[in-house]
Write a protein that binds this ligand. Structure first.
Ligand SMILES: *[C@@H]1O[C@H](CO)[C@@H](O)[C@H](O)[C@H]1NC(C)=O
Ligand SMILES: *[C@@H]1O[C@H](CO)[C@@H](O)[C@H](O)[C@H]1NC(C)=O
Ligand SMILES: *[C@@H]1O[C@H](CO)[C@@H](O)[C@H](O)[C@H]1NC(C)=O
Ligand SMILES: *[C@@H]1O[C@H](CO)[C@@H](O)[C@H](O)[C@H]1NC(C)=O
Ligand SMILES: *[C@@H]1O[C@H](CO)[C@@H](O)[C@H](O)[C@H]1NC(C)=O
Ligand SMILES: *[C@@H]1O[C@H](CO)[C@@H](O)[C@H](O)[C@H]1NC(C)=O
Ligand SMILES: *[C@@H]1O[C@H](CO)[C@@H](O)[C@H](O)[C@H]1NC(C)=O
Ligand SMILES: *[C@@H]1O[C@H](CO)[C@@H](O)[C@H](O)[C@H]1NC(C)=O
Ligand SMILES: *[C@@H]1O[C@H](CO)[C@@H](O)[C@H](O)[C@H]1NC(C)=O
Length: 896
């Protein structure tokens, strides 16, 4: 009955979903089980088991292999002092059972984690994949982001270049033969160490992905693999060095651990192995441009990353690219304690190919549909169609020329086909909805298709229409710098904080939108990519520069470096030209200003404050420690530099729904300082208490207010202002509904457009369960939740007879994104009699009592039941049944 993995598609109201869920994981019930037990990204039958000590690994593996013989595959062994354990897969015929349960009971086992699928954050923006074989004339300084972050000043004025710092990069492979990465691998080269943990073919699809580890992390994927050269781009941002290109820390040394094949995802156990290897290799800094959307800090990758950070290694992680899905979209492991979570700001210029219509002064930017180069021979442009009434007809004049058309009545594909057929050498297209150069979404065309901004297309059209036989000569100018209007503000894709426990993330930001760096030589050597994946290595390189400023002092608490970078970061408005500050939940402390962080001598700790929600007074007052490490007297006025607040929910929809993307609001908190003016002599420090009075907004809105405690410098000797970002929630998180009011519901197994709501009765035939797809329980979570129970309630006497699924823990919220709209669980007509109900705390303990019998799946006897979802409110106590939200499905009538 178990072991079925179903793929299915269904539509529900406005949802169009493509979700899959493999049920094998759904049936693990063990009190040591950590982290999300049921999400769509759990790998089938894969376990990560942590043991108390490295010496326990070998005997545990022996016991496993003896017990399961050919049914088990040991995947990874970890014998590191920070994490010991093993990951393994059981084949379908011997899934979770009593034997495994008994093994897990052994005292040597300290925790069991699911093994999740992980992806490199998807890359964003129109410019991604634009490849260049050489740098256009004089553009390198203009498109470099270093001016925005003071990295240029650190290079020039301080001569810090990351020399002597070893930075570990955990990513896809790297083309270390790229001249800007030193042209080789090993001692004496820039990419000095690392390994390929997976091989090209690995993509983590299926139960037995092909893994062929290799000795070096070389990326040889090539142009037809789907690979974008992620790792090479990241390595270039950190430490690339060429005639026209300078990475953030161009003299740093790299170790690269390859965890992705040429396409697809990776898994938690591989990330853990890479982290542990990078730590063992002696990396000073580790960069992870990876993540999910789990805003809890209890995932196995968060825990291991956090343990490494506690050992004094700077672990830097992208915060994620899910900003368009609203608040609470931060990914792990950036949620881990002491792991630096990096958001993305946009660069100032990108490079966009341009042409000039001869006789005009306009330079027209364009992007070309994929599959073509960006530059073309000169030629004439003419009207593509004569007749506005018949959108798909084309003009006879286009033969041998470029044809200008407006996107509209005729499908693009048909139009291009007709135009190519008529002998045009290319098609220039504009769209009334697009004010910018855009990449037309069309593939495999016979001729290139160039998307230009509306105004440029319109002007050309106007000239040509006024003389229907006219043509205008086009001269192609190649890529030219083009100003990005959102320069130096938070990238639209950057994930929004906080963690579900209301810890501030991201901590700060690097440049991640439109970053020019290296690509593997097979992909064109150079190009732009966008994502928090690019911002994270930017900050990793910045930390390397900071470490240079410490001379040969090898260890410094990563927290102190983070605080320094936060103290002097640049705080952006929501849009350029606007007179407001963006929320710390989007930008953290702001964009790193590396020169100031290194050269300023006053330091404030902590680097940020969470005032939490309004349910208790415990977090209302914080103490700032201000230290003057310089040689001059300094003085500051403290004031509250308020930012915009965030309205995370849209109360109009379904009672509560996330605003996707977030909605801003004006909701200033008041701050009381124990002192408003301070003077500090050299070498002295002072404490100041800060108390918050949250804004008096409707507590139902759960407004996320924020701002910056600003220390305004009274000096004239170059001592700059410092600031400390703060935020809080005006409302009680515990009051938030956990489930969307439209769920739970049950989807028919055969026809998934049939939905059983609360007033419907599903008739479940026990005897046909093996012959047709199981019905699906659908649940949508508005907030994250630490614990969910799936109770089977007998409707006659209202007793809980058991659980249709094992409890889930640490689930992230759902979003409107495809694949994350709802959680779906197949119902197999079975239940578990375990009594790990929240009201019986003793059942959570780790004793070895042999309650295995209770963990068997039992057939639900004939009768009528409901499934009651019991979901723990944020900040609720798992042992207090009052802290759970209850929701029931309609009736489920079990027949034989
Ligand atoms: C637990 O660890 C001890 C010490 O390494 C070892 O002797 C014993 O065999 C282990 N038990 C299991 C079940 O792995
Ligand atoms: C560097 O830029 C100059 C022009 O600024 C160009 O001539 C040269 O070819 C570029 N070098 C490389 C390696 O791209
Ligand atoms: C800058 O540092 C490099 C090594 O990191 C050194 O070779 C060079 O001489 C230094 N330049 C100056 C001006 O100090
Ligand atoms: C229209 O364009 C053609 C070709 O460029 C030119 O010969 C003709 O004089 C133009 N007519 C007018 C009215 O501008
Ligand atoms: C906020 O308060 C909750 C409930 O008291 C607590 O569990 C959580 O750790 C707090 N978060 C922070 C960042 O202090
Ligand atoms: C490191 O510090 C020691 C002692 O302070 C000093 O003797 C040595 O020259 C320094 N090394 C470098 C490379 O700066
Ligand atoms: C943003 O807030 C306004 C005012 O409350 C509301 O009308 C609008 O629907 C909200 N937008 C979203 C996306 O939630
Ligand atoms: C279910 O039935 C109740 C009582 O008749 C009714 O108030 C409610 O609106 C119904 N719910 C749905 C979703 O039809
Ligand atoms: C409730 O009913 C079920 C069967 O319908 C029975 O097994 C169970 O013992 C009953 N529980 C109580 C407390 O009466």
């Amino acid at each position: 009955m178990n072991g079925r993995c179903s793929f299915f598609r269904f539509s529900f109201i406005s949802f169009l979903l493509l979700l899959y869920f493999c049920n094998a994981w759904g049936f693990i019930t063990h009190q040591k089980f950590q982290s999300p037990s049921i999400t769509e990204n759990i790998l089938d039958d894969r376990y990560i088991v942590q043991v108390g000590h490295a010496s326990h690994v070998a005997p545990f593996v022996d016991t496993l292999t003896q017990s399961f013989a050919q049914h088990i595959q040991i995947k990874r062994r970890f014998t590191h002092s920070l994490f010991s354990g093993v990951s393994f897969t059981l084949n379908a015929s011997s899934q979770y059972n009593q034997d495994l349960h008994a093994l897990f009971n052994h005292n040597n086992v300290t925790a069991i984690y699911p093994c999740r699928l992980a992806f490199a954050p998807t890359l964003h923006s129109v410019d991604s994949k634009t490849a260049f074989t050489s740098m256009p004339i004089n553009a390198s300084d203009i498109i470099s982001p270093h001016r925005l972050t003071q990295v240029d000043r650190v290079h020039k004025a301080l001569n810090y270049t990351g020399k002597g710092v070893l930075i570990g990069i955990i990513d896809s492979g790297v083309d270390y033969y790229h001249p800007a990465l030193g042209g080789g691998f090993g001692d004496g080269y820039k990419v000095r160490m690392g390994a390929d943990l997976v091989g090209d073919e690995f993509n983590n699809v299926g139960t037995n992905p092909i893994i062929k580890p290799g000795p070096t992390p070389l990326d040889t994927c090539g142009p037809h693999s789907g690979s974008v050269g992620h790792g090479t781009h990241v390595a270039g941002i950190v430490a690339g060095k060429a005639e026209n290109f300078t990475g953030v820390a161009p003299d740093a040394t790299l170790g690269v651990w390859r965890i992705f094949g040429c396409s697809g995802g990776t898994s938690d156990d591989i990330i853990v192995q890479a982290l542990l290897e990078a730590e063992k290799a002696g990396c000073d800094i580790i960069n992870l441009s990876i993540g999910d959307m789990n805003g809890w800090s209890e995932t196995v990758t968060s825990i291991v990353a956090s343990n490494i950070a506690k050992r004094g290694i700077h672990v830097i992680n992208s915060c994620g690219n899910n900003g368009l899905s609203g608040a609470f979209t931060i990914g792990s492991p950036s949620t881990g304690t002491d792991v630096v979570s990096v958001g993305s700001f946009d660069n100032e210029y990108n490079l966009v190919p341009h042409f000039r219509a001869v006789g005009t002064s306009d330079k027209t930017p364009y992007h070309t549909a994929t599959g073509f180069d960006e530059t073309f021979p000169p030629g004439d442009i003419v009207l593509g169609d004569n007749d506005d009434d018949d959108g798909c007809a084309v003009s006879a004049l286009i033969k041998g020329n470029y044809a200008l058309v407006k996107e509209g009545s005729c499908p693009l594909k048909t139009k291009v086909g007709n135009i190519a057929q008529a002998g045009a050498i290319g098609m220039v297209v504009y769209n009334d909805a697009k004010d910018y150069a855009y990449r037309p979404i069309i593939h495999n065309t016979a001729i290139p298709v160039l998307g230009v901004p509306r105004i440029h297309g319109h002007n050309l059209m106007h000239q040509l229409v006024s003389n229907k036989t006219a043509s205008i000569k086009l001269r192609f100018l190649g890529p030219l710098p083009s100003l990005i209007t959102s320069a130096k503000t938070v990238s639209i894709f950057s994930s929004v904080g906080a963690t579900f426990e209301l810890d501030l993330r991201p901590h700060l930001a690097g440049i991640g939108g439109s970053v020019y760096s290296l690509l593997p030589r097979s992909l064109g050597s150079w190009g732009f990519l966008s994502g928090s994946s690019m911002a994270s290595p930017y900050v990793a390189g910045s930390v390397a520069l900071y470490l240079n400023s410490l001379g040969n002092k090898t260890s410094v608490n990563p927290k102190v470096v983070l605080e320094r970078l936060q103290n002097y970061a640049y705080k952006a408005p929501t849009q350029n030209g606007k007179d407001n500050l963006d929320s710390p939940l989007r930008q953290g402390a702001g964009l790193v200003q590396v020169y100031d962080a290194i050269t300023q001598t006053v330091h404030v700790s902590p680097g940020y404050i969470s005032f939490n929600d309004t349910s208790s007074t415990q977090y209302k007052t914080h103490t700032l420690h201000i230290t003057n490490d310089g040689e001059e007297h300094v003085s500051y006025h403290l004031f509250n530099n308020v930012s915009l607040g965030i309205l995370p929910y849209n109360l109009a929809k379904n009672g509560y729904a996330y605003s996707e993307p977030i909605n801003y609001t004006i909701a200033p908190a008041k701050l009381r300082f124990s002192k408003k003016f301070i003077k500090l002599s050299p070498g002295k420090s002072i404490k100041i208490k800060v108390t918050v009075i949250p804004p008096d907004t409707d507590p139902k809105q759960h407004v996320m207010y924020g701002g910056y405690i600003q220390l305004k410098s009274g000096n004239h000797s170059g001592t700059l202002d410092l600031s400390v970002p703060y935020f809080g929630v005006s409302g009680k998180q515990k009051d938030l509904p956990v489930l969307d009011s439209s769920t739970p519901f049950i989807l028919d197994g055969v026809d998934s457009t049939i939905i059983y709501g609360t007033n419907d009765t599903l008739v479940f035939n026990q005897s046909s369960i093996n012959d047709q797809p199981a019905p699906q329980l659908a649940i949508r979570f508005l907030t994250g939740t630490r614990r969910v129970l799936y109770e089977l309630v007998d409707i006659i006497n209202r007793t809980v007879i058991g659980y249709v699924l094992p409890p889930s823990s640490y689930l992230p919220r759902n979003t409107l994104g495809i694949g994350t709209k709802v959680y779906i669980h197949p119902l197999q007509g079975v239940y578990y009699a375990t009594t790990r109900a929240p009201s019986s705390p003793s059942s959570f303990d780790d004793d070895n009592d042999n309650d295995d019998d209770n963990d068997h799946a039992l057939l639900i006897p004939p009768g009528t039941y409901r499934i009651r979802i019991r979901a723990l409110h944020l900040f609720g106590n798992p042992n207090d049944s009052n802290d759970y939200e209850l929701r029931e499905t309609g009736n489920i009538q079990i027949v034989e």
